[in-house]
Design a protein around this ligand. Structure first.
Ligand SMILES: Cc1ncc(COP(=O)(O)O)c(C=O)c1O
Length: 482
């Protein structure tokens, strides 16, 4: 966001866009919300738009599109093979990400499927700054394992470390020595590490990781789904990069990686995904998998209209007024809650405001899913839908024992240019009320637990009548307010 100073209003984010198409919202009464969350098995993924007031589940596919993106969708070339739309996207990938070979995939996890099918085998070890749920699932599915090599203090909720997404390069060296370079098909760096609160890595850290990869001749893979925001925070926070353009920073980061993949649902405010590289040999190892799993090489399972929106969206990633909007709202929300003494991940990152439900619900054990319970409780008292990012989103080991998450977070996503500041203030207000009444929040237990990615469709129930008691307290305090 440009540095625009207010006269008497203090410091707050100022939108650099105007709203021209809107979608009506509905805040249904709390009794309806109680029914809805019970029917959804206390899983916010299973709520429907009809029952959600502010949808802060994710930024994935929910960022607002620009007028230019929507306009571009009308010029789509619906050819099965050799589409002009794909040619425009290919050019945008080359211009923005600096890679000349490009494979389209229908979304980020589809790109992960292709990469893992091509490179991961039984016994493979994938060192990463931190895993993402779908990445881990694909690595495990292909017989590999992940080694989390986060830097010291990355999981501290309250912190002033500007780059909590950095990889610990000493641990990386030790990991390679332990497992042998031949068992490590690639090292994975994720931009703005999703699961630990949208925290970025620095360019100097990426350079150090590259250096180790070169030393052992290991491929470096960059998950660029949140690369634009990572670049923005590098510009804000890292010495030597303050004066560079976002384009320079993005290219610097992608140049350091052998393979770059992304979810276009995030990176370019569209739907789709892809993999790009400058190495023909890497491209060739994956090429045949695209028609098998995705679609022909010039659409990869993505609608041509979305391909056009993706091409424009990728170029718009370089626009600082666009890319800074979500991080500046997140900063506002995080700092306001932090000042009020509510535990949230600091420093403010990207993607959303991450509330530490582990600390707030310290009366619950991790196996009672405090983050899931907090997300359900917040929905009940506000109509705001967040996402559990804790033990519910974790897995069971090969013996069926639950792997407790490193942190019990609830993510309140702030997709690009979707919410107004008064809506953010409403969320802050309701989080404050819930924090003051946190003793009302009880546990959850599974009644239906899918074997893979259980958090998406799993069904739970409350371990007591706490939702009813929370609703009664809300009514007492708020009267007839929704
Ligand atoms: C860092 C990261 N990688 C991969 C993915 C998977 O992308 P998609 O949801 O498009 O499959 C996501 C989605 O949220 C993500 O945040």
């Amino acid at each position: 966001m440009k540095n625009i100073k207010f006269y008497k209003m203090g410091e707050m984010p100022l939108e650099q866009h105007k709203v021209r198409v809107v979608q009506k919202l509905h805040l249904v009464p709390i009794a309806e919300r109680l029914n809805a969350i019970e029917e959804a098995g206390f899983n916010t993924f299973k709520l429907t738009t009809r029952h959600v007031f502010l949808d802060m589940l994710t930024d994935s596919g929910t960022n607002a599109m620009s007028d230019q993106q929507v306009a571009a969708m009308f010029q789509a070339d619906d050819a099965y093979a050799g589409s002009e739309s794909f040619a425009r996207l290919h050019q945008a990938v080359e211009d923005v990400l600096g890679k000349k070979y490009f494979l389209p995939a229908h979304q980020g996890r589809a790109a992960e499927n292709i990469i893992c099918k091509a490179f991961v085998k039984k016994g493979s070890i994938i060192p990463t700054n931190y895993h993402f749920t779908t990445t881990l699932a694909h690595i495990l599915d292909n017989g590999g394992k992940v080694e989390e090599l986060l830097c010291e203090g990355a999981l501290d909720i309250k912190s002033d470390n500007p780059f909590k997404g950095n990889m610990d390069v000493e641990k990386l060296e030790a990991c390679i020595q332990k497992h042998g370079a031949e068992n490590i098909p690639f090292v994975r760096m994720e931009a703005s590490t999703n699961l630990i609160g949208g925290q970025p890595f620095s360019i100097s850290n990426l350079m150090d990781v590259r250096h180790v990869c070169d030393k052992y001749n290991i491929m470096l893979v960059l998950d660029a789904s949140l690369l634009g925001e990572n670049a923005y925070l590098v510009k804000q926070r890292e010495d030597h990069w303050h004066e560079n353009t976002l384009g320079d920073i993005l290219k610097m980061m992608t140049n350091l990686a052998d393979l770059v993949y992304f979810s276009a649902r995030k990176l370019s405010s569209s739907r789709g995904g892809g993999i790009c590289t400058n190495q023909k040999s890497l491209y060739s190892r994956m090429e045949a998998l695209i028609p098998l799993y995705e679609g022909f090489l010039t659409y990869g399972g993505i609608s041509v209209r979305e391909i056009e929106a993706m091409a424009v969206g990728l170029r718009e990633t370089l626009d600082e007024t666009m890319i800074s909007q979500s991080p500046s709202f997140i900063k506002y929300m995080v700092e306001t809650l932090d000042k009020a003494g509510i535990p949230v991940v600091t420093p403010p990152g990207v993607l959303g405001c991450h509330v530490d439900a582990g600390q707030i619900c310290s009366h619950l054990s991790q196996s009672e899913y405090p983050a899931g319970a907090f997300a359900a409780a917040l929905y009940l008292i506000s109509g705001v839908r967040g996402m559990e990012r804790g033990t519910l989103s974790s897995i069971r080991d090969e013996n069926g024992v639950e792997v407790l998450a490193d942190a019990e977070l609830v993510r309140l996503a702030i997709p690009r240019r979707v919410f107004t500041l008064s809506q953010i203030n409403y969320v802050i207000d309701r989080v404050m009320w819930l924090y003051d009444h946190r003793e009302y929040i009880g546990g959850l237990k599974f009644v239906y637990e899918p074997p893979v990615l259980r958090f998406f469709m799993g069904g739970l129930e409350a371990t007591s009548d706490w939702p009813e008691r929370l609703m009664a307290k809300f009514r007492k305090d708020f009267g007839d307010s929704l």
